[in-house]
Design a protein around this ligand. Structure first.
Ligand code: PMP
Ligand code: GLN
Length: 416
């Protein structure tokens, strides 16, 4: 066993996907839609698969040419600079591999990487596997009056962040809209992070897989579009999240060619390239979206419009049963505070197998096994040093058919 595998052997998704397979709950756990991708990308995939021999063979290592061209064209308009399809874009096996390439290519042994909590769990093992050290800074919920808590209340202290930067700090990882709380960073918050990146010569790895999913006027801003940040930002995206096709595993990293060439080195020596037909279909999807951008027919308008309603539906269900939700400004997850759940005191966690686990893990397992509802514990998105402060929340995924959300509501209402 190589040393790099030590301490990273446990995986949240492996564990909770298995639990869902074993108990078959109504599944608001792992983040994936239980409905099909839009017809136009399904058709594009079918056309690609039936489109002759080349679609079944290798394509360009760093991205199928039509896909890197459409990504560059699409994102040039958003970032506000000319993105070179051949230099500045790398297509990967999902956003996961884009993140892996970024950490492997840029972080050396002993380097420090700042991670803002709560964070998508894979950042921590990925930093560990480089030999680098993860340094954590939590978003802290502002104490407010009576209004409904929102992910916008969870804020980063500039002083606390600055205090964590050392001569070894190589990069900061941000995720907007955030998984699990749904925070959409405001321009001022991104500017504060950008100022520190520039001042301390840090790179920024910006995970933007939920970039199209914002609600109630929240606006997704790319940190790469702020002055001086294109040169030091790697922006990560996912066709799985963009087109509701998580199983296709097409993702990308976009950044300045002089940084991207190092990610390409990792990619060419590990995965080499990604499935051709899936890349072709995603390219067609982006071509369509380029033409329809900003119109009501755009999927990037339709998906958030649909999710806006599902978010409202889930929030009122949770409020109705005494699980106070934190309203997400973006993404497709919602966390809820379980500490005031009237049933919690009555719940008999008489489950020996979970007795040493944090309360949110125990609750989620009990809910799955005994009540048939799958969710995810939020302390899993924290470092061990801060997880105790945040072990009273569970995460619900709402990118689900209304019938699935109704079934979850039925389960919750039975006890209220
Ligand atoms: N980043 C975040 C924040 C995620 O929630 C996910 C899960 N989809 C990923 C990255 C990985 O994305 P992909 O499925 O494209 O590998
Ligand atoms: N990103 C998804 C989530 O947060 C799924 C991650 C995974 O399955 N590894 O639920």
């Amino acid at each position: 066993q190589a040393r790099r595998t030590a301490g990273v052997d446990k995986n949240l998704w492996v564990e909770f996907t298995q639990l869902a397979a074993d108990y078959k709950p109504v599944n608001l756990g792992q983040g994936f839609p239980d409905f099909s991708p839009p017809q136009f990308v399904q058709d594009a995939f079918c056309k690609a698969v039936c489109g002759g021999p080349s679609m079944h063979q290798y394509t360009r290592a760093f991205g199928h040419p039509p896909l890197v061209k459409s990504l560059a064209k699409f994102f040039s308009r958003i970032v506000g600079c000319e993105i070179d399809p051949l230099e500045d874009v790398l297509v990967t096996v999902g956003a996961y591999q884009a993140l892996f390439c970024a950490f492997q290519a840029l972080v050396d042994e002993g380097d420090e990487v700042i991670i803002i909590e709560p964070f998508f769990d894979c950042y921590q093992p990925m930093v560990k596997m480089t030999g680098g050290k993860a340094v954590y800074v939590p978003l802290r919920p502002k104490v407010k009056g009576s209004s409904i808590p929102s992910s916008g209340d969870w804020v980063l202290s500039a002083e606390e962040l600055a205090s964590k930067i050392t001569a070894r700090t190589k990069a900061i990882v941000i995720n907007t809209p955030n998984n699990p709380i749904g925070k959409v960073y405001k321009t001022e918050e991104l500017q504060m992070i950008a100022d520190l990146c520039i001042k301390h010569n840090m790179l920024c790895i910006s995970d933007e897989v939920y970039e199209w999913l914002t609600y109630d006027g929240a606006k997704h801003v790319k940190i790469a579009s702020l002055p001086g940040m294109w040169e030091r930002t790697i922006t990560v995206g996912s066709a799985g999240k963009t087109f509701s096709a998580t199983g296709w595993k097409v993702g990308w990293a976009i950044g300045s060619g002089n940084i991207m060439k190092h990610l390409k080195t990792i990619h060419q020596n590990t995965v080499y390239h990604c499935a051709t037909a899936a890349q072709e279909a995603v390219a067609q999807g982006f071509e369509r979206e380029y033409e329809l951008f900003g119109t009501p027919e755009s999927y990037f308008q339709q998906l958030p419009a649909m999710l806006h309603l599902k978010r409202k539906k889930l929030a009122s269900c949770l409020e109705g049963v005494g699980l106070q939700p934190v309203m997400p400004e973006g993404g497709y997850f919602m966390i809820a505070d379980i500490s005031s759940f009237s049933f919690l005191t009555e719940v008999d966690f008489n489950d020996e197998s979970t007795k040493d686990e944090p309360p949110d893990f125990r609750f989620v397992k009990w809910l799955t096994k005994e009540k048939g509802l799958g969710t995810i514990p939020v302390s899993a998105f924290y470092s061990p040093e801060h997880s105790k402060e945040f072990d009273k929340y569970i995460r619900f995924c709402f990118v689900k058919e209304d019938s699935t959300l109704d079934a979850a509501e039925d389960i919750l209402r039975k006890w209220s």
